[in-house]
Write a protein that binds this ligand. Sequence first.
Ligand SMILES: [Zn+2]
Length: 232
Amino acid sequence: MFPSAREKSVQCWICGKSASSGEHKLKASDLRALFSNVSQQRPLFLHTQAKRNLRIGSIKSSQALKSRALLCHDCNTSLTAPYDRAWEKLSKHLRSARGLRKGSIVKISKIYPGCTKQGMLNVHLYFVKIFGCAIQEQEIPIDIGPFQQAILKGVAHPNLQIAIGVNKSMATGNSDLELASLNGKPAFATWFYVAGSIAVNVMYAEPNERRQGLIGSWHPSTISKRLALLEY
Ligand SMILES: [Zn+2]
């Protein structure tokens, strides 16, 4: 670990309080659904750009699966638990659905009965959290302020768009983030959260951005009762 990362890890990047734990980059429930019974005797092997065949003996406690951007206990539990649970529900629903393909329609009201708007806002906020961890950990030059505010206030990040699709081509994990700048300022950033057959394209886009990846994406202000799947 580099000294700068260690210094930064003292405080929770969301609220500034004393931090204690790192967030799983890929949700532990997604990993457990894909790789059952991981143990020291039956390890998983993680490949990153820096290292190959990193031995994972526990999904719950392996530091290699977690972000180095740390959170305090409150932010990691009570504050963001509803966001985590919302993604868990959608992820589970998509994983168990049969025959999903490009253009398939997911009825959100079945996943969050009576609270579709809140459910999808919470999914959005889950990815705001994971995106914020990546910004902090990798020192990506995107303003972290709106990410903090969205999570603390439970409101949408105005520049964060999400597209969800069937995964045909990518390995499970978090892809590297690609960032495009305009006049020296971040204009568009894109990365993928891949869990088996499901891929989530998480994008940061300034209002005037017209990018291919944004086609078919959604924001809590635009989503209604149906989610149309893409394909990656
Ligand atoms: Zn905190």
